[in-house]
Design a protein around this ligand. Structure first.
Ligand SMILES: NC(=O)c1ccc[n+]([C@@H]2O[C@H](COP(=O)([O-])OP(=O)(O)OC[C@H]3O[C@@H](n4cnc5c(N)ncnc54)[C@H](OP(=O)(O)O)[C@@H]3O)[C@@H](O)[C@H]2O)c1
Length: 271
């Protein structure tokens, strides 16, 4: 007999740009949701629609590198999601890309040399900023292993947010760390009952935001993608809402979910 309890999803990085839309879509799909991040706080919301689902999520503090801070949440989780990553090592680019325009060009120029700037240089020198290897690769494998050690569910499912590609300006270590995590997670599933859903979005934007630098970049990227002749060289952007929806269409496909890598092309094609 099927259980009447809602399925439970735990997401590391639940307050993030994509993570919040995964948490929202999980609530809409009837899951109970625990969203973990170092702050433990929900994202700031502006719309009444957001405040409705935000109040249903269990927002808690945890650090992915400190399993004792979260392993008790994993026990009864039908799905665990890893939605944490850095695209530029030793640079806190998020405060620029998700914010208003000033300083953006400066920061982009500093990226190409992979140098730290301003406050970030101080943080990098003190080891406070994270590396590709640590955040994109090691933390995902650590989380999957902790999930397997803790889980009491018969079919543990692990969602890893990877990436389709990265612009040329991003150092190669980014994609290398993403593919290394994918490889290790697939290996882990070969000798355990873990099932992986590996999701590869491209540049993401939020459908409810039209004023940030990110929203402007999304328009430029999609314009370039549509230009005959060069369009095929530029991958289209995709909304966080569409990525989240695609994850749940896959998770809800049935009980016989198998390891799967969902490409950007697949994500774009899913409604
Ligand atoms: N954004 C894009 O366009 C894009 C494109 C392709 C792929 N991706 C991938 O998508 C995933 C999510 O990206 P995003 O843009 O949503 O990231 P984000 O906005 O930077 O969110 C990261 C989340 O992780 C939490 N976090 C960071 N370090 C943590 C730690 N040590 N322990 C626990 N929580 C931690 C953050 O909250 P706290 O700071 O409070 O801990 C936040 O909730 C990443 O893997 C990224 O590589 C993103």
């Amino acid at each position: 007999m099927a259980s009447s309890l809602p399925k439970h999803l735990t997401i590391l990085g639940g307050s993030g740009f994509l993570g919040r839309r995964i948490a929202q879509t999980a609530i809409l799909n009837g899951y109970s949701v625990t969203a973990l991040s170092r702050s433990g706080k929900p994202p700031a919301t502006t719309s009444p629609v957001d405040s409705q689902w935000v109040s249903k999520v269990n927002w808690r503090p945890a650090n992915i590198f400190q399993p004792d801070s979260y392993k008790h949440y994993l026990e009864d989780s039908d799905v665990v999601v890893h939605s944490i990553g850095v695209i530029l090592e030793k640079v806190n680019y998020k405060k620029v890309v998700n914010g208003p325009g000033s300083g953006f060009i400066n920061t982009l120029l500093s990226f190409s040399g992979n140098k730290s700037v301003g406050d970030d240089a101080v943080a990098a020198a003190s080891g406070k900023l994270d590396t590709y290897e640590k955040v994109n690769h090691e933390s995902a494998v650590l989380l999957a292993e902790e999930y397997l050690n803790s889980t009491k569910v018969p079919h543990p499912k692990f969602v890893y947010i990877s990436a389709d590609n990265a612009p040329a300006i991003v150092p190669g270590g980014y994609m290398k760390s993403k593919r290394a995590a994918e490889f290790d997670l697939m290996e882990l599933s070969q000798h355990t009952n873990l099932t992986n859903l590996i999701v590869r979005p491209g540049f993401m934007f939020d459908e409810t935001d039209s004023t940030s630098v990110r929203s402007g970049l999304h328009k430029v990227i999609d314009f370039a993608h549509g230009v005959p002749g060069i369009g095929s060289l530029v991958s289209p952007s995709i909304s966080t809402q569409q990525v989240a929806k695609a994850i749940f269409s896959k998770l809800e496909e049935g009980t016989n979910v198998e390891n799967e890598v969902v490409s950007l092309e697949n994500l774009m094609a899913m409604d």
